[in-house]
Design a protein around this ligand. Structure first.
Ligand SMILES: [Zn+2]
Length: 340
């Protein structure tokens, strides 16, 4: 395969702290021989794991981007044993536009493994796949619900087949110390960033840090504190690892979201009213929300009911709804022992 067209302005193997950028070739009507900058930092000291900290995979998910920006600024080499590579904003043009997808329409989280001769999002995905992931022992990819969804703030994971990798991912997920954790499956296509890293055998830790177009202070604290504790947990950041028990908190609840039937979509266009909040318990058949019809004001709202008894995990954050939009997700608590 041809070499990556993406270049990096810093030596990722050098000790110490270095801040630079990746350059994706770009030619516009106003600038030839140009490039798109994807900022990157490396903080390395001594021998230890390499941890890749990623955010802004989706543009409108800002919680992780700000935690990663802060890490880029505050992390010093003497705090590190090994190497931390930070890419705080993977999709800067989407982030600036407050959109999930790139302005081209590409969903970066469906772009892996990527191609060196593809469009820019595939070139960047290919650079991660062939350059950054092979350098890393741990890959952290921070997401949230973005504008469109209010997601129970949590760290989450795929239930991978390999039992050693699965146990490491479970413990890494738990090290975020969020109140909730979530087990997710891939729907709506393939080519996810975490799946490529998982396929390369990495310890992959991912999050859904709220969303809904607002980034409340408690979510920023969860993003920052969770990220730092995970870095201590994997041994790259010096300091005492915290657990929920050491913080005086009850055990987290792990929600199993692997049944695709628990992802409920709108039967037709309308305005979605959530009747329950993420984190609320729900019974099978109980309404989670209702759909109003602005062109038929005398028509009663249609109740949208939970397919199972469990916990509400996601509600749609933008009321205006098209037929087929996800309006809510429910899941069922699962014992962690079932994952070992
Ligand atoms: Zn996302």
């Amino acid at each position: 395969m041809r070499p990556s067209p993406v270049s990096c302005t810093i030596d990722l193997r050098a000790p110490g702290k270095h801040i630079g950028h990746l350059a994706i070739p770009k030619i516009t009507n106003t600038a030839g021989w140009a490039s798109t900058f994807i900022h990157i930092a490396s903080v390395a000291n001594g021998t230890g794991p390499t941890v890749l900290v990623l955010a802004g995979n989706h543009g409108d998910e800002y919680e992780g981007q700000m935690a990663a920006m802060r890490l880029l600024q505050e992390l010093a080499p003497d705090q590190v044993t090994g190497r931390v590579i930070v890419v705080p904003v993977l999709s800067p043009n989407a982030s600036k536009a407050n959109t999930r997808n790139w302005p081209s329409g590409a969903n970066f989280n469906r772009s892996f493994p990527g191609r060196p001769d593809g469009p820019p999002h595939e070139q960047l995905a290919d650079f991660l796949t062939r350059v950054l992931f092979p350098m890393a022992d741990v890959v952290i990819d921070m997401h949230s619900g973005g504008r469109s969804a209010w997601f129970l703030p949590c760290s989450h994971m795929h239930v991978v087949n390999d039992p050693v990798q699965r146990k490491a991912m479970l413990e890494g997920m738990e090290a975020w110390c969020s109140d909730w954790h979530y087990l997710y499956i891939d729907i709506n296509g393939h080519g996810l960033l975490p799946v490529e890293a998982e396929n390369q055998g990495k310890l992959v830790i991912t999050t859904e840090l709220g969303g809904g177009g607002r980034t409340p202070a408690p979510i920023h604290r969860l993003a920052w504190n969770g990220l730092n504790n995970v870095l201590r947990h994997v041994g790259v950041l010096k300091g005492q690892v915290q657990t929920r028990a050491s913080m005086g908190l009850p055990p987290a609840v792990i929600i199993d979201g692997r049944d695709p039937g628990n992802i409920v979509v709108a039967p037709e266009d309308g305005m979605f009213e959530a009747m329950l909040e993420p984190g609320d318990p729900v019974l099978a058949g109980e309404p989670v929300g209702r759909l109003w019809f602005m062109d038929s004001p005398k028509r009663p709202a249609e109740l949208l009911r939970s397919p199972v008894s469990g916990i509400v995990v996601v509600t749609k954050a933008i009321p205006i709804t098209e037929q087929g939009d996800c309006v809510f997700v429910v899941g069922t608590p699962i014992d962690r022992a079932a994952l070992l």
